[in-house]
Design a protein around this ligand. Structure first.
Ligand code: F6P
Length: 341
Protein backbone atom coordinates (compact mmCIF):
# COMPACT_ATOMS: atom_id res chain seq x y z
CA UNK A 1 0.00 0.00 0.00
CA UNK A 2 1.00 3.63 -0.33
CA UNK A 3 0.05 5.90 2.55
CA UNK A 4 0.32 9.69 2.84
CA UNK A 5 0.62 11.38 6.22
CA UNK A 6 0.36 15.04 7.17
CA UNK A 7 0.30 17.22 10.29
CA UNK A 8 -1.98 20.24 10.32
CA UNK A 9 -2.93 23.01 12.76
CA UNK A 10 -0.91 24.07 15.79
CA UNK A 11 2.11 21.94 16.62
CA UNK A 12 1.83 19.58 19.55
CA UNK A 13 4.30 17.38 21.43
CA UNK A 14 3.90 13.84 20.10
CA UNK A 15 3.33 14.61 16.40
CA UNK A 16 6.70 13.14 15.45
CA UNK A 17 5.98 10.05 17.52
CA UNK A 18 2.83 9.43 15.42
CA UNK A 19 4.71 9.95 12.15
CA UNK A 20 7.44 7.55 13.29
CA UNK A 21 4.92 4.97 14.38
CA UNK A 22 2.99 5.15 11.09
CA UNK A 23 6.23 4.65 9.17
CA UNK A 24 7.46 1.77 11.33
CA UNK A 25 4.17 -0.12 11.27
CA UNK A 26 3.61 0.44 7.54
CA UNK A 27 7.09 0.01 6.17
CA UNK A 28 8.52 -2.64 8.49
CA UNK A 29 5.45 -4.72 9.29
CA UNK A 30 3.34 -4.33 6.15
CA UNK A 31 5.93 -3.53 3.49
CA UNK A 32 4.09 -0.32 2.57
CA UNK A 33 5.46 2.91 1.22
CA UNK A 34 4.85 6.15 3.11
CA UNK A 35 5.11 9.75 2.00
CA UNK A 36 4.72 12.86 4.15
CA UNK A 37 3.01 16.01 2.86
CA UNK A 38 4.79 19.21 3.83
CA UNK A 39 3.02 21.86 5.90
CA UNK A 40 -0.33 20.17 6.40
CA UNK A 41 -3.17 20.23 3.88
CA UNK A 42 -1.15 22.73 1.88
CA UNK A 43 1.24 19.90 0.96
CA UNK A 44 -1.60 17.73 -0.28
CA UNK A 45 -3.13 20.57 -2.29
CA UNK A 46 0.22 21.56 -3.80
CA UNK A 47 1.55 18.03 -4.14
CA UNK A 48 4.55 18.93 -2.00
CA UNK A 49 5.84 15.82 -0.24
CA UNK A 50 8.83 13.78 0.80
CA UNK A 51 9.43 10.06 1.07
CA UNK A 52 9.26 8.78 4.63
CA UNK A 53 11.44 5.75 5.25
CA UNK A 54 13.05 4.48 8.44
CA UNK A 55 16.00 6.84 8.03
CA UNK A 56 13.68 9.83 7.70
CA UNK A 57 12.07 9.09 11.06
CA UNK A 58 15.18 8.01 12.91
CA UNK A 59 15.70 9.90 16.17
CA UNK A 60 12.45 11.89 16.07
CA UNK A 61 10.48 10.17 18.83
CA UNK A 62 11.42 12.64 21.54
CA UNK A 63 11.50 15.71 19.28
CA UNK A 64 8.88 18.42 19.65
CA UNK A 65 7.16 20.06 16.67
CA UNK A 66 6.69 18.13 13.46
CA UNK A 67 9.32 17.13 10.91
CA UNK A 68 6.66 17.60 8.22
CA UNK A 69 5.84 21.19 9.12
CA UNK A 70 2.32 22.40 9.70
CA UNK A 71 -0.02 25.16 8.61
CA UNK A 72 -3.57 26.26 9.00
CA UNK A 73 -5.72 26.21 5.88
CA UNK A 74 -8.94 28.14 5.58
CA UNK A 75 -11.87 25.67 5.45
CA UNK A 76 -13.22 27.25 2.23
CA UNK A 77 -9.80 26.81 0.60
CA UNK A 78 -9.98 23.10 1.31
CA UNK A 79 -13.60 22.87 0.13
CA UNK A 80 -12.47 24.29 -3.19
CA UNK A 81 -9.55 21.89 -3.19
CA UNK A 82 -11.36 18.56 -2.79
CA UNK A 83 -10.98 17.63 -6.47
CA UNK A 84 -7.36 18.73 -6.49
CA UNK A 85 -6.70 16.55 -3.44
CA UNK A 86 -8.39 13.60 -5.19
CA UNK A 87 -6.27 14.13 -8.32
CA UNK A 88 -3.06 14.26 -6.28
CA UNK A 89 -3.98 11.08 -4.44
CA UNK A 90 -4.53 9.31 -7.76
CA UNK A 91 -1.41 10.77 -9.29
CA UNK A 92 0.69 9.60 -6.35
CA UNK A 93 -1.01 6.21 -6.23
CA UNK A 94 -2.02 6.69 -2.61
CA UNK A 95 -4.38 4.23 -0.93
CA UNK A 96 -4.98 6.45 2.08
CA UNK A 97 -4.12 9.71 3.80
CA UNK A 98 -3.61 9.97 7.55
CA UNK A 99 -4.06 13.58 8.70
CA UNK A 100 -2.95 14.29 12.28
CA UNK A 101 -4.60 17.34 13.75
CA UNK A 102 -7.07 19.06 16.03
CA UNK A 103 -10.63 20.25 15.62
CA UNK A 104 -10.10 22.17 12.36
CA UNK A 105 -8.03 19.41 10.78
CA UNK A 106 -10.55 16.74 11.72
CA UNK A 107 -13.35 18.84 10.22
CA UNK A 108 -11.36 19.08 7.00
CA UNK A 109 -10.64 15.33 7.19
CA UNK A 110 -14.34 14.66 7.50
CA UNK A 111 -15.09 16.86 4.50
CA UNK A 112 -12.66 14.90 2.34
CA UNK A 113 -13.95 11.58 3.68
CA UNK A 114 -17.52 12.66 2.90
CA UNK A 115 -16.35 13.20 -0.68
CA UNK A 116 -15.14 9.63 -0.83
CA UNK A 117 -11.42 10.15 -0.15
CA UNK A 118 -9.73 7.39 1.88
CA UNK A 119 -8.98 9.19 5.13
CA UNK A 120 -8.07 7.90 8.60
CA UNK A 121 -7.62 10.69 11.14
CA UNK A 122 -5.47 10.95 14.25
CA UNK A 123 -6.53 13.55 16.84
CA UNK A 124 -4.02 15.86 18.48
CA UNK A 125 -4.30 18.93 20.64
CA UNK A 126 -2.71 20.13 23.83
CA UNK A 127 -6.15 21.50 24.75
CA UNK A 128 -7.59 17.97 25.22
CA UNK A 129 -10.97 19.13 23.97
CA UNK A 130 -11.78 16.52 21.32
CA UNK A 131 -14.96 14.93 22.63
CA UNK A 132 -14.68 11.36 21.37
CA UNK A 133 -11.29 10.53 22.82
CA UNK A 134 -10.61 10.37 26.55
CA UNK A 135 -7.24 12.07 26.08
CA UNK A 136 -5.24 13.63 23.24
CA UNK A 137 -1.45 13.45 23.21
CA UNK A 138 0.22 16.79 23.93
CA UNK A 139 -2.07 17.50 26.86
CA UNK A 140 0.10 15.73 29.42
CA UNK A 141 3.19 17.60 28.21
CA UNK A 142 1.40 20.98 28.23
CA UNK A 143 0.06 20.41 31.75
CA UNK A 144 3.57 19.45 32.88
CA UNK A 145 5.08 22.61 31.39
CA UNK A 146 2.38 24.81 32.91
CA UNK A 147 2.70 23.12 36.31
CA UNK A 148 6.46 23.61 36.36
CA UNK A 149 6.00 27.26 35.42
CA UNK A 150 3.42 27.73 38.20
CA UNK A 151 5.76 26.14 40.76
CA UNK A 152 8.50 28.53 39.70
CA UNK A 153 6.22 31.55 39.66
CA UNK A 154 5.08 30.88 43.21
CA UNK A 155 8.49 31.75 44.62
CA UNK A 156 8.58 35.05 42.72
CA UNK A 157 5.02 35.90 43.75
CA UNK A 158 5.88 35.17 47.36
CA UNK A 159 9.11 37.13 47.35
CA UNK A 160 7.35 40.20 45.95
CA UNK A 161 3.97 39.76 47.66
CA UNK A 162 2.22 39.82 44.34
CA UNK A 163 -0.81 38.40 42.66
CA UNK A 164 0.26 36.60 39.50
CA UNK A 165 -2.32 35.84 36.87
CA UNK A 166 -0.95 33.07 34.69
CA UNK A 167 -2.57 32.64 31.30
CA UNK A 168 -2.43 29.15 29.83
CA UNK A 169 -3.70 27.89 26.49
CA UNK A 170 -7.28 26.76 25.99
CA UNK A 171 -9.35 28.92 23.71
CA UNK A 172 -12.62 27.02 24.19
CA UNK A 173 -11.96 24.78 27.17
CA UNK A 174 -10.14 24.98 30.48
CA UNK A 175 -8.51 21.54 30.76
CA UNK A 176 -4.93 22.79 30.92
CA UNK A 177 -5.90 25.51 33.40
CA UNK A 178 -7.80 23.09 35.61
CA UNK A 179 -5.16 20.36 35.66
CA UNK A 180 -2.11 22.61 36.04
CA UNK A 181 -3.95 24.70 38.65
CA UNK A 182 -4.74 21.58 40.66
CA UNK A 183 -1.27 20.13 40.23
CA UNK A 184 0.49 23.30 41.33
CA UNK A 185 -1.98 24.29 44.05
CA UNK A 186 -3.04 27.58 42.48
CA UNK A 187 -5.45 29.74 44.43
CA UNK A 188 -8.06 30.26 41.74
CA UNK A 189 -8.69 28.95 38.24
CA UNK A 190 -10.84 30.61 35.61
CA UNK A 191 -12.02 28.71 32.54
CA UNK A 192 -14.10 29.51 29.44
CA UNK A 193 -16.83 27.07 30.44
CA UNK A 194 -17.68 29.07 33.55
CA UNK A 195 -17.60 32.86 33.13
CA UNK A 196 -16.03 34.34 36.26
CA UNK A 197 -17.50 36.91 38.59
CA UNK A 198 -14.81 39.50 39.25
CA UNK A 199 -16.23 40.30 42.70
CA UNK A 200 -16.08 36.65 43.77
CA UNK A 201 -12.59 36.30 42.36
CA UNK A 202 -11.42 39.44 44.15
CA UNK A 203 -12.95 38.21 47.42
CA UNK A 204 -11.26 34.83 47.04
CA UNK A 205 -7.82 36.32 46.42
CA UNK A 206 -8.37 39.03 49.07
CA UNK A 207 -9.20 36.37 51.67
CA UNK A 208 -5.77 34.84 51.25
CA UNK A 209 -4.08 38.12 52.09
CA UNK A 210 -6.44 38.59 55.07
CA UNK A 211 -5.31 35.18 56.32
CA UNK A 212 -1.76 36.49 56.32
CA UNK A 213 -0.64 34.84 53.08
CA UNK A 214 1.73 36.99 51.08
CA UNK A 215 0.89 36.07 47.50
CA UNK A 216 -1.69 34.52 45.22
CA UNK A 217 -1.63 32.65 41.91
CA UNK A 218 -4.62 32.74 39.57
CA UNK A 219 -4.59 30.45 36.53
CA UNK A 220 -6.64 31.73 33.61
CA UNK A 221 -7.38 29.78 30.45
CA UNK A 222 -6.90 32.17 27.53
CA UNK A 223 -10.57 31.86 26.54
CA UNK A 224 -11.93 32.69 30.02
CA UNK A 225 -14.32 35.63 30.16
CA UNK A 226 -16.15 37.50 32.90
CA UNK A 227 -19.86 37.05 33.48
CA UNK A 228 -21.54 39.57 31.19
CA UNK A 229 -21.96 42.95 32.81
CA UNK A 230 -19.61 42.28 35.75
CA UNK A 231 -16.45 43.86 34.39
CA UNK A 232 -15.37 45.88 31.41
CA UNK A 233 -13.66 43.41 29.13
CA UNK A 234 -12.04 43.68 25.73
CA UNK A 235 -13.02 40.42 24.02
CA UNK A 236 -10.27 40.52 21.39
CA UNK A 237 -10.92 39.69 17.76
CA UNK A 238 -10.47 37.07 15.08
CA UNK A 239 -7.41 36.15 13.09
CA UNK A 240 -7.37 35.57 9.33
CA UNK A 241 -8.56 31.99 9.82
CA UNK A 242 -11.50 33.06 11.95
CA UNK A 243 -9.81 31.83 15.16
CA UNK A 244 -10.18 33.98 18.22
CA UNK A 245 -7.24 36.25 18.99
CA UNK A 246 -7.45 36.97 22.65
CA UNK A 247 -7.04 40.42 24.08
CA UNK A 248 -5.30 38.83 27.04
CA UNK A 249 -7.41 37.76 30.00
CA UNK A 250 -4.34 37.76 32.28
CA UNK A 251 -3.49 41.34 31.40
CA UNK A 252 -7.03 42.53 31.96
CA UNK A 253 -7.44 40.57 35.18
CA UNK A 254 -4.16 41.87 36.58
CA UNK A 255 -5.27 45.48 36.06
CA UNK A 256 -8.63 44.79 37.63
CA UNK A 257 -7.35 42.77 40.61
CA UNK A 258 -4.60 45.29 41.34
CA UNK A 259 -7.17 48.08 41.37
CA UNK A 260 -9.68 46.21 43.51
CA UNK A 261 -7.20 44.65 45.98
CA UNK A 262 -4.58 47.34 46.20
CA UNK A 263 -1.92 44.65 45.72
CA UNK A 264 0.67 44.47 43.00
CA UNK A 265 -0.52 42.14 40.24
CA UNK A 266 1.28 40.91 37.13
CA UNK A 267 0.15 38.96 34.08
CA UNK A 268 2.26 36.04 32.88
CA UNK A 269 1.41 34.54 29.50
CA UNK A 270 2.88 31.08 29.01
CA UNK A 271 1.90 30.92 25.33
CA UNK A 272 3.57 28.57 22.90
CA UNK A 273 6.10 27.30 25.40
CA UNK A 274 3.30 24.89 26.35
CA UNK A 275 3.34 23.36 22.87
CA UNK A 276 7.08 23.16 22.31
CA UNK A 277 9.78 20.73 23.25
CA UNK A 278 9.96 17.09 24.05
CA UNK A 279 6.77 15.12 24.79
CA UNK A 280 6.31 13.28 28.08
CA UNK A 281 6.52 9.49 28.11
CA UNK A 282 2.72 9.32 28.35
CA UNK A 283 2.29 11.43 25.20
CA UNK A 284 4.92 9.45 23.29
CA UNK A 285 3.15 6.19 24.11
CA UNK A 286 -0.33 7.49 23.22
CA UNK A 287 0.93 9.05 19.98
CA UNK A 288 2.74 5.84 19.04
CA UNK A 289 -0.37 3.75 19.72
CA UNK A 290 -2.52 6.13 17.62
CA UNK A 291 -0.09 5.81 14.71
CA UNK A 292 -0.07 2.01 14.92
CA UNK A 293 -3.87 1.80 14.99
CA UNK A 294 -4.27 4.32 12.17
CA UNK A 295 -2.20 2.06 9.91
CA UNK A 296 -4.26 -0.96 10.91
CA UNK A 297 -7.46 0.95 10.10
CA UNK A 298 -6.04 1.82 6.67
CA UNK A 299 -5.33 -1.86 6.03
CA UNK A 300 -8.85 -2.81 7.07
CA UNK A 301 -10.23 -0.08 4.77
CA UNK A 302 -11.92 1.70 7.68
CA UNK A 303 -12.06 5.16 6.14
CA UNK A 304 -13.82 8.23 7.50
CA UNK A 305 -12.69 7.12 10.96
CA UNK A 306 -10.34 8.41 13.61
CA UNK A 307 -8.30 6.81 16.38
CA UNK A 308 -9.47 7.48 19.95
CA UNK A 309 -8.58 6.43 23.47
CA UNK A 310 -11.39 4.82 25.49
CA UNK A 311 -10.20 3.83 28.92
CA UNK A 312 -6.96 2.07 28.08
CA UNK A 313 -8.03 0.85 24.63
CA UNK A 314 -7.55 2.47 21.25
CA UNK A 315 -10.76 2.36 19.24
CA UNK A 316 -11.87 3.76 15.89
CA UNK A 317 -14.67 6.34 15.87
CA UNK A 318 -16.37 8.08 12.91
CA UNK A 319 -14.83 11.44 12.02
CA UNK A 320 -18.39 12.76 11.87
CA UNK A 321 -18.75 12.20 15.63
CA UNK A 322 -15.35 13.65 16.39
CA UNK A 323 -16.24 17.10 15.19
CA UNK A 324 -19.77 17.39 16.57
CA UNK A 325 -18.99 18.91 19.96
CA UNK A 326 -16.02 19.85 22.06
CA UNK A 327 -15.19 18.17 25.35
CA UNK A 328 -15.67 20.91 27.91
CA UNK A 329 -14.81 20.88 31.62
CA UNK A 330 -17.93 19.61 33.41
CA UNK A 331 -19.21 21.59 36.37
CA UNK A 332 -18.40 18.81 38.88
CA UNK A 333 -14.75 18.70 37.80
CA UNK A 334 -14.57 22.42 38.40
CA UNK A 335 -16.25 22.14 41.81
CA UNK A 336 -13.90 19.31 42.78
CA UNK A 337 -10.91 21.43 41.85
CA UNK A 338 -12.19 24.55 43.57
CA UNK A 339 -12.29 22.93 46.97
CA UNK A 340 -8.59 22.06 46.85
CA UNK A 341 -7.34 25.35 45.43
O1 F6P B 1 -5.43 24.54 19.60
C1 F6P B 1 -4.30 24.61 20.39
C2 F6P B 1 -3.96 25.99 20.77
O2 F6P B 1 -2.85 25.78 21.54
C3 F6P B 1 -5.00 26.84 21.49
O3 F6P B 1 -5.13 26.61 22.85
C4 F6P B 1 -4.51 28.22 21.19
O4 F6P B 1 -5.54 29.17 21.27
C5 F6P B 1 -4.03 28.11 19.80
O5 F6P B 1 -3.56 26.79 19.66
C6 F6P B 1 -2.97 29.10 19.43
O6 F6P B 1 -2.57 28.86 18.14
P1 F6P B 1 -1.59 29.75 17.27
O7 F6P B 1 -0.34 28.95 17.12
O8 F6P B 1 -2.27 29.94 15.99
O9 F6P B 1 -1.34 31.01 18.02
Amino acid sequence: MRIGVLTSGGDCPGLNAVIRSVVHRSVVDHGDEVIGFRDGWKGLLECDYLKLDLDAVSGILARGGTILGSSRVRPEHLRDGVERAREHLEQLGLDAVVPIGGEGTLKAARLLADHGLPIVGVPKTIDNDIAVTDVTFGFDTAVGVATEALDRLKTTAESHQRVLIVEVMGRHTGWIALHSGMAAGAHAVVVPERPFDIKELTARVGERFEQGKRFAIVVAAEGAKPRPGTMEFDEGGKDVYGHERFAGVARQLSVELERRLGKEARPVILGHVQRGGTPTAYDRVLATRFGWHAVEAVHRGEFGMMTALRGTDIVMVPLAQAVETLKTVPEDRYTEAECVL
